[in-house]
Design a binder for this molecule. Sequence first.
Ligand code: GDP
Ligand code: IMO
Ligand code: MG
Length: 417
Amino acid sequence: MPGVAVIGLQWGDEGKGKASAYLARGASLAVRFNGGANAGHTVTLDDRSLSLHMLPAASVSTRKAAIGPGVYLDLEELFRDLERLEKVLGRVEVTISPRAHLVTPLQKKLDAKLEEARGGAAIGTTMRGIGPTAIHKYGRLGLRLCDVLEPELLSSILDVWARLWGDLVKVEEEDVLAVIRGLAERARPLVGDVSKLIRAQLETGGTVVFEGAQGTMLDIDYGTYPFVTSSHTVSPAAALGSGVGLRSIDRVIGVSKAYTTRVGSGPFPTELKGEVADALRERGGEYGATTGRPRRIGWLDLPQLRYACQLNDVDAIFLTRIDTLSGQSRVSICKDYEGVEGFYPETVQRLWKVRPRFVELEGWPLIEEDERRVLRREGYGALHGNARRFVELIEDELGAPVKYIGIGPRVDDVIEK
Ligand code: GDP
Ligand code: IMO
Ligand code: MG
């Protein structure tokens, strides 16, 4: 499968980093095409865990990474990622599109200002400057990496920013300018033609993993607007954000947890409060990889996943954390929302009010290290019958095969069905 897009089907943190690293074993290139340092993709290799924000986590498998023009580029975070990654892996080759828009301290300050202005309707952003970088990009006031590398362009854009945002820009203008220039100069040797690089890999039979950030329900057009991020998170973005055509994406792997989580505000139909949520959060270490915030927890939501599978043209599902959900006497799945048929509700006002209807299934025994070892060796057949029933119900209801099942945090904690 030469061009593989790995897409989050829920509200982010589905385990895209781990899934991408698994799917990229033997691949030649890993690509980030959307989002920015709001992403936190954790990969666990043996006993070491790394959370990457700008580089694709699949680079642990490929050692060759690209950042497409669709990414909001935070150079400080990029170099931080690269240092951490190279400490573990040795040299990692990175190519960055010069067209990527930069996130600067101004956009981060504006992120905080906008959240403050929203008051009770705050989104709960990651404060990584994503919304304001999108405002600049689509307002045609953005600063791309290639613009910083050309001094006249840089100062004319900064003049516009100063007229627009006044003191917010002025305060540390000189300082910030020097930092941005310094970072861009450091990035200069990494600048290259990402679309050409991807095409070259695909034409010579290589596999390229396009590692999505965030999840379908955070997509700017298809998510729970306005409680979304400021980019496209659905599968067509893999092509658009990396500079290749749609035919370069051969397969779409949708990643979903065996339950649901969400960080930040906004409707969450199957959200749980109380003991089960607390137990899952503690067992699964469900705290944000970027902000450390506790993740909200809920049961798996089939209407939501049906919507996501359709939007993304999902070929197969990578179901993570069947182990985190183990050890429960019973588990629930939302089969539908009472009285809602056809379209997935398009306003948050409607979504806040939906009433999910659940089916209850019997749980399966705790999956810990000993069981993982057996499962890795013996595969799907060794999974407890109740867990298999859970997986097969999901396949039946979504009309897509669950091809990969996560049984633990490590990259090779996966069974294939
Ligand atoms: P991403 O943003 O989609 O890449 O997901 P995150 O890295 O933010 O959060 C997913 C977390 O779940 C990470 O800590 C992963 O190591 C972990 N994880 C992924 N798959 C599994 C799994 O099958 N079992 C367990 N226990 N943890 C998993
Ligand atoms: P990964 O790639 C989970 C959420 C924020 C907030 C909303 C808008 O790790 O799955 P933003 O900073 O983008 O303006 O915040 O989107 N959010 C994420 N939630 N995982 C992510 O990325 C997220 N990136 C943004 O919590 O609700
Ligand atoms: Mg994450």
